[in-house]
Design a binder for this molecule. Structure first.
Ligand SMILES: [Zn+2]
Length: 182
């Protein structure tokens, strides 16, 4: 019973559409300068999550996606909210029904203009979940907007409950294919 509740709670890392079996990513967006700059708004963070946990999660996400050739940069703290303002913000919301986190990307044609990451204060209970969820969400934030059907993918819809903490070889190949432009 307890296990069932645990699985149900972790059904989704984020609330995007159901996985697409054959990904067609030709029109999915990218950052034009291959750099995703993120600010952090600590307002509403759960007591179990320290500022250093966020910094460690940012480093994990940066290292995880570096082999793709995309830079993930931490640009400090902010009071900005999760709005379409051209500033990419990691922030807390009280809850996300059925999800631990959610990334909202905006784009102009194929170029990303804003990608905010909402974290669920009631869903993310530990530093480990935060780290795994942020590597997943940053994947969405760099333009891998679709979930992967592969269970070993960091972009599998419930990668956190599977225990995946870094991109698979396929994830990195998928990312490199998107960022192969000069
Ligand atoms: Zn997701």
């Amino acid at each position: 019973m307890k296990i069932m509740a645990f699985i149900a709670m972790l059904a989704w890392v984020c609330g995007l559409a159901a996985p697409v079996m054959a990904l067609d990513e030709r029109d999915d967006p990218v950052w034009q300068n291959k750099t995703y700059v993120l600010l952090y708004n600590p307002s509403g963070a759960p007591a179990t999550i320290r500022d250093s946990d966020i910094l460690d999660a940012m480093i994990a996400a940066s290292e995880a996606w570096a082999p793709c050739g995309v830079k993930i940069e931490f640009a400090g703290y902010t009071k900005l909210g999760l709005e379409h303002d051209g500033k990419n913000v990691i922030g807390w919301v009280p809850a996300l029904p059925g999800a631990l986190a959610h990334t909202e990307t905006r784009q102009f044609r194929r170029i990303l203009t804003d990608a905010d990451i909402a974290l669920s204060a009631s869903g993310i209970r530990s530093r480990e979940w935060l780290m795994a969820a942020l590597v997943h969400e940053v994947g969405h934030g760099i333009g891998l907007v679709q979930h992967s059907p592969s269970r070993d993918s960091i972009l599998f819809d419930d990668s956190v409950s599977v225990g995946t903490v870094r991109p698979s070889a396929d994830d990195l190949a998928r990312c490199r294919a998107r960022y192969r432009f000069r």
